[in-house]
Design a protein around this ligand. Structure first.
Ligand SMILES: CC(C)(COP(=O)(O)OP(=O)(O)OC[C@H]1O[C@@H](n2cnc3c(N)ncnc32)[C@H](O)[C@@H]1OP(=O)(O)O)[C@@H](O)C(=O)NCCC(=O)NCCS
Length: 185
């Protein structure tokens, strides 16, 4: 996959991205908010990236002007909340060095557009742990609708039991929104 935005591009992840991934995945500001433990060494980062590459679910977010991986975005087809076909669930994280520049909003919008125009997916779902306000804001800016809170959603690596808020957008809602935006422009 290769999606080109104004400032970022999304492409298949490669083993060569391991160092860039490790640079931010070791931070305790990034992984824990998404539910994973900070990556303790480059060796482990290489293993994690290899797993991502094999899964084919996780894509690289590259900052065009630096030609550098600054985050990842995942498109899961398995283990979605909804128990029917044609559903995808998104996950994402970004190097804390690049937060609050709108990069993840740009990435998520590119991916939504790709999924609804190039695949037969009908619903995209996304969630965040309760209290993850940055993620909530990205999700809202990308046009998702709030579905509700799942209490005691997950037990984290540190034993904490967290609630999670979930959102979704349908293909019809996406098409309607695109049309409205064209009319407004
Ligand atoms: C969530 C994350 C991907 C956002 O990436 P980003 O590129 O900084 O996101 P954007 O810049 O597109 O948008 C961030 C928004 O959150 C807002 N924000 C930042 N901190 C906030 C806070 N504490 N409370 C409320 N809003 C906040 C920003 O102001 C911005 O909104 P705005 O454009 O209306 O001003 C990034 O913070 C991250 O990787 N966090 C750690 C991992 C994670 O939480 N992943 C998501 C798991 S569901």
């Amino acid at each position: 996959m290769r999606l080109v935005g104004e400032r970022i591009l999304i492409r298949d992840l490669s083993y060569k991205d391991s160092e860039d991934f490790y640079e931010y995945a070791k931070s305790d500001r990034v992984g824990p908010n998404a539910g994973w433990k900070p990556i303790p060494s480059l060796e482990i980062a290489k293993r994690v990236v290899s797993g991502y590459v094999l899964s084919k679910d996780v894509f690289a977010i590259v900052l065009k002007e630096e030609n550098k991986l600054i985050g990842t975005i995942s498109i899961y087809s398995e283990n979605t909340l909804r128990r029917y076909k044609y559903v995808k669930q998104l996950g994402f994280s970004l190097s804390d060095k690049y937060w609050n520049n709108g990069y993840m909003t740009e990435a998520v919008k590119l991916v939504i557009n790709y999924i609804f125009t190039k695949t037969d997916c009908e619903v995209i779902e996304v969630g965040h742990h309760a209290g993850n306000f940055q993620s909530k804001r990205v999700i809202e800016k990308c046009g998702f609708n709030y579905d509700g809170r799942l209490c005691k959603y997950k037990k984290l690596y540190d034993g904490r039991l967290v609630d999670a808020d979930f959102y979704s957008i349908t293909k019809d809602e996406f098409i309607r929104r695109e049309k409205d935006e064209r009319i407004e422009a």
